[in-house]
Design a protein around this ligand. Structure first.
Ligand code: FAD
Ligand code: FES
Length: 261
C-alpha cells in the first residue's frame, strides 16, 4: 500500500452478519500482510480506527464489533459503499513450532483466523474459543477442517464447556504440551493466558489493543509504560516482554488517562 500513509479508497464488496453486533466486510483490495497486522479504516467526517485482517488470501476482510460511533457508521454501510484504508501496520504473529494452541475470546478471533489458515498446513492445531453465550459464537465456518481440534467455552454454559476458556487451557496444560500459544481477546483473559504460558514455559504471543491514533509510531498514543509502541512494536507481543508491565492492569484512553481493567 502507499508509503505516504494516505488512505486508499476501496469498495465494500460484501457485508456478512456474523452475530447480532458483529459483521464481516469484504473489501475490494488484496494485500501482502501477515496475520495479526492491522490497517486504519477511514470514514470521511467520522474518523479513522484500527482493525485487524480476518482474511488475507484473496480480497481482504475485516470483522467488526459494533461498540460506538465509528463502528455504528460502518455497520450502516453496505455493498458498493466506499471507505479509506491505509496499512498494513504493526508486526503480526510469527508462526513458531508445529504443535500450536490458539486461545481466542469473542471478536479476538479475527486476527487468529488467517493465522489458523497458515498453521493448519504446518502441524497440529488446537483452538480454544471463548464466547459470552451461544448466539455470540462466530467464525466456526472458517474452521471446518479435520486437522483442527476446536473446544468452545461459553460464560453462561449455553454451548460447549461452561466458564472461561482460560480454565480449559489451565486443565489442558497439566497434561499436554504445546510449542506455542497464540491469543487475542479481552485483556484480562489474555493476562491469564500469559501467566499460564509463563508458568509452563511455553512461548506465547498476544495481540494487544491500545488507543491508536497515527498507527505509524509518531503520536505516542499507544505507548506502553516500558516504551514499546503497540502500533509499531506490536500489536503482537511475546509474553516475556509483557510481564512486569501494565498489561492486564490498565490502559490509556484517547486523552492519555488511565482506564483500569
Ligand atoms: C491493533 C488493533 C486492532 C483492532 N482490530 C479490531 C478488529 O479486527 N475488529 C474490531 O471490531 N475491533 C478491532 N479493534 C478495536 C476497534 O479499533 C475499536 O472497537 C473501534 O476503534 C471503536 O470505535 P468506535 O468509534 O465504534 O467506538 P468508541 O465509542 O470510540 O470506543 C469504544 C471502545 O473502543 C476502543 N477504541 C476506540 N477508539 C479506538 C482507537 N482509535 N484505537 C484503539 N481502540 C479504540 C476503546 O476501548 C473504547 O473504549 C482493534 C484495535 C486495535 C488497537
Ligand atoms: S498510534 Fe501513534 S505512536 Fe502508536
Amino acid at each position: 500500500m502507499s508509503p505516504t500513509h494516505i488512505p486508499e479508497i476501496v469498495k465494500i464488496l460484501e457485508v456478512r452478519r456474523e452475530a447480532r453486533d458483529i459483521k464481516t466486510f469484504v473489501l475490494d483490495k488484496r494485500l501482502n500482510a501477515r496475520p495479526g497486522q492491522f490497517c486504519m479504516i477511514w470514514i470521511p467526517d467520522v474518523g479513522e480506527k484500527p482493525f485487524t485482517f480476518s482474511k488475507l488470501d484473496g480480497n481482504i476482510e475485516i470483522m467488526v464489533r459494533k461498540v460506538g460511533e465509528f463502528t455504528e457508521r460502518l455497520f450502516s454501510m453496505d455493498k458498493g459503499d466506499v471507505i479509506g484504508i491505509r496499512g498494513p501496520y504493526g508486526n503480526g504473529f510469527k508462526l513458531e513450532g508445529r504443535n500450536i494452541c490458539v486461545v481466542a475470546g469473542g471478536i479476538g478471533i479475527a486476527p487468529l483466523i488467517p493465522l489458523v489458515d497458515i498453521a493448519k498446513k504446518n502441524g497440529d492445531l488446537l483452538l480454544l474459543l471463548g464466547f459470552r453465550t451461544k448466539s455470540e459464537i462466530i467464525g466456526m465456518d472458517r474452521f471446518e477442517d479435520k486437522n483442527i481440534e476446536v473446544i468452545i467455552a461459553t460464560d453462561d454454559g449455553s454451548f460447549g464447556i461452561e466458564g472461561s476458556v482460560c480454565n480449559v487451557l489451565e486443565d489442558l496444560l497439566m497434561e499436554r504440551r504445546f510449542d506455542s500459544i497464540y491469543s487475542c481477546g479481552p485483556e484480562l483473559m489474555m493476562r491469564r493466558v500469559m501467566d499460564l504460558s509463563l508458568r509452563y514455559k511455553i512461548p506465547c504471543q498476544l495481540s494487544l489493543e491500545r488507543y491508536i491514533k497515527c498507527g505509524i509510531g509518531i503520536c505516542g498514543s499507544c505507548c506502553l509504560e516500558n516504551g514499546l509502541l503497540v502500533c509499531k512494536d506490536g500489536p503482537v507481543f511475546n509474553a516475556v516482554d509483557l510481564r512486569n508491565t501494565e498489561f492486564g492492569a490498565y490502559k490509556r484512553d484517547s486523552s492519555g488517562s488511565k482506564v483500569n481493567f
